[in-house]
Design a protein around this ligand. Structure first.
Ligand code: ADP
Ligand code: MG
Length: 143
């Protein structure tokens, strides 16, 4: 498992980390993004989506489990499972439109939840460090 850790000092820096992460990704990837509320998960996904060619505004999915955005040669899926613990076990087909070939999916996941989405190749964990400081840990398996 290759991993790296970086501290950011504002949302712009976390978006930049998201953009760097995007360059490691390939078609069909699922990226699990963990962290408490306000840790910067959506901010990181926004930076990654921009780097993948998404021009639509990237906002938190509030009334649905996710959004899909057209990017450059790929659809960028953004799911927020914060309020949907156990969803995959109960209604796995709900996720089918968001994952798989032709897509790169970012799944925001509550830190306290023990279960893990099968098939996530990359994991990002964001941690509050006080004020605008965040720690960003990125883990991915060896290529
Ligand atoms: P989450 O999706 O984890 O709930 P968001 O990305 O929606 O978090 O919100 C993070 C909030 O924290 C935003 O208001 C953002 O401007 C602010 N913020 C401050 N410093 C940082 C940082 N270093 N990285 C990311 N967001 C930050
Ligand atoms: Mg969020």
């Amino acid at each position: 498992m290759a991993s790296r850790s970086i501290e950011t000092d504002g949302p712009g820096e976390t978006e930049t980390v998201g953009g760097e992460l995007a360059r490691m990704l390939r078609d069909g990837d699922v990226v699990l993004v963990r962290g408490e509320l306000g840790a910067g998960k959506t901010t990181l996904v926004r930076g990654a989506a921009r780097a993948l060619g998404v021009t639509d505004p990237v906002t938190s999915p509030t009334f649905s489990i996710g959004h899909r955005y057209p990017g450059t040669g790929v659809t960028v899926s953004h799911l927020d499972l914060y309020r949907l613990a156990g969803l995959r076990g109960e209604e796995p087909e709900l996720l089918d439109d968001y994952l798989g070939p032709g897509r790169i999916a970012f799944v925001e996941w509550p830190e306290e939840q023990a279960a893990e989405l099968a098939g996530a190749r990359v994991r990002v964990t964001l941690t509050h460090r006080g004020g605008d400081r965040r720690r960003v840990d990125v883990e991915e398996p060896e290529q």
